[in-house]
Design a protein around this ligand. Structure first.
Ligand code: GLC
Length: 461
């Protein structure tokens, strides 16, 4: 039996802001289902939101005192089993009893506390891990502490550490003072953690971990290049022998159009004509013209620049020259939110801008729209193009990261969507025009929907 402990800052169903939580919430179960010799458990902070929702179901396991530089801090440990997976929660009200899970002035200290706790509560866990698997900068210090504080003193020598980069843009960068005063790491390790003038936790984890993974093979190659690595390309190249890219999967039970309770009409690959009912309900619900012959293009995304939102806004009016409707669902930069709302006012009955995050609504949009636009500048993996495909909504993507690895262009033998190469709004527009052209050839488009739905995006793959 191999025991793996996931340490992560967010995890479905407890708390989520993005794809990281979806992966942390679905991969442990999938690993155990694929091989009974693996036991995966998850450890995360006990945020206010989790305490409010699951408080009564949590079992108190014990407490510990955590030393973080000069601070002596209370750390409570709770446990809950959910759908067969054991979750541990680290409790400290001062750090985690707050409204949002990120964005506080002391995030460095909060996640340093969490990371130190992960190692210090190991004696309280029923099972000792063979592998600790951490994700993104919030938990990078687990791997760093393990390597330079514990293993050097002969503790936990047999535990291997894996670090997954979900997005290299977020590196956990801090001023030099944080090293001794907050992390409690001696100055002699400054070089190890220093990068381009900052203490950089992702750099530290890359150096200190036994293995690094990232979320698609293509992204693993891209992050060796300056245009994708956000400054870390040098350290990525130096450590390339221990970096591997593995494409994420999606939870195909949760995202199943045949059983999904939140959509109007359930369907599968043999009953795609039922999608029409979903499309009609969507058009009615969003006050768009109800007409099956109009192609609905949807965008479900965080409204951030690396998602390619600038390309969409640049060509918005030209996209609207076709017989299309556009639905946008997502929150993000205020400027983008405003621009999309402006477009919705400009094109009544044709554009709907839903500035919110809503899981059920997203599934209704996937199940009733025809094309899914995702022109990311960078996309480590991307989950929504896979979810869209599963719901028969054909993706139009830019060939980067996981989008490159999951979607093949219509012109290719196994084409399951539309792919353009460069980060260029004219290339995107040409692809959209081509895709709408295929939509208008009903029989061809049906075949393409089936092709999109037939690809296996589960973790098994
Ligand atoms: C990050 C990446 C996204 C990836 C997700 C899960 O949110 O930006 O591409 O799918 O992590 O790994």
């Amino acid at each position: 039996m191999k025991r793996i402990l996931f340490a992560v800052a967010e995890c479905q169903p407890f708390i989520a802001t993005g794809g990281l939580a979806e992966v942390a919430g679905s991969l442990p179960k999938a690993i155990m289902a694929s091989n009974t010799n693996y036991k995966v458990e998850v450890i995360m902070p006990l945020y206010r939101g989790i305490l409010e929702k699951y408080g009564k179901k949590l079992k108190f396991l014990g407490k510990s005192q955590i030393q973080l530089a000069w601070r002596k801090l209370y750390c409570g440990l709770f446990r809950m089993v959910y759908e067969g997976v054991t979750y541990y929660f680290i409790d400290n009200k001062y750090y985690f009893d707050r409204d949002n899970i990120y964005g506080h002035y002391d995030d460095g200290e909060r996640f340093a506390f969490f990371s130190k706790s992960v190692i210090d509560v190991l004696p309280l866990l029923t099972n000792q891990p063979d592998v600790i698997h951490t994700h993104d900068w919030h938990t990078a210090l687990v791997n760093i502490f393990l390597d330079i504080l514990y293993k050097k003193e002969g503790k936990y020598m047999d535990i291997k550490s894996v670090f997954t980069i979900h997005n290299i843009e977020y590196q956990g960068r801090f001023g030099e003072h944080i090293l001794e005063d907050v992390f409690g790491i001696s100055k002699k390790y400054t070089d190890l953690l220093m990068y381009n003038g900052d203490i950089n936790l992702v750099k530290g984890a890359i150096v200190c971990s036994d293995l690094i993974t990232t979320v698609s093979p293509r992204y693993a190659r891209e992050i060796a290049l300056s245009q994708y690595a956000c400054g870390l390309e040098y350290i990525i190249r130096l450590n390339s022998s221990k970096i591997v890219g593995i494409i994420n999967g999606i939870n195909t039970e949760f995202y199943n159009p045949m059983t999904d309770q939140s959509i109007n009409a359930n369907f599968d690959i043999d009953s795609i004509e039922k999608r029409k009912e979903n499309k009609k309900a969507l058009q009615m619900g969003l006050d768009l013209e109800v007409n099956d012959d109009i192609c609905i293009i949807s965008i479900i995304s965080r409204l951030a620049s690396h998602k390619g939102i600038d390309l969409i806004l640049d060509k918005f009016h030209e996209i609207m020259l076709d017989n299309v409707q556009v639905i946008i669902l997502g929150k993000g930069d205020y400027y983008y939110e405003q621009r999309f709302q402006e477009m919705a006012r400009f094109y009544p009955k044709r554009v709907s801008a839903l500035i919110t995050y809503d899981m059920d609504l997203s599934k209704r949009i996937y199940s009733g729209s025809d094309l899914f636009l995702m022109p990311s500048k960078m996309e480590p993996c991307g989950l929504s193009q896979m979810i869209a495909s599963r719901y028969g909504c054909v993706p139009i993507v830019r060939a980067t990261g996981g989008l490159f690895d999951t979607i093949k262009d219509y012109s290719e033998k196994d084409g399951n969507g539309f792919v353009f190469k460069d980060y260029d709004s004219s290339q995107m527009l040409a692809k959209i025009t081509e895709a709408v052209g295929v939509f208008n050839k009903k029989e061809d488009f049906k075949k393409l929907i089936k092709k999109a739905m037939s690809v296996d995006f589960s973790w098994n793959r």
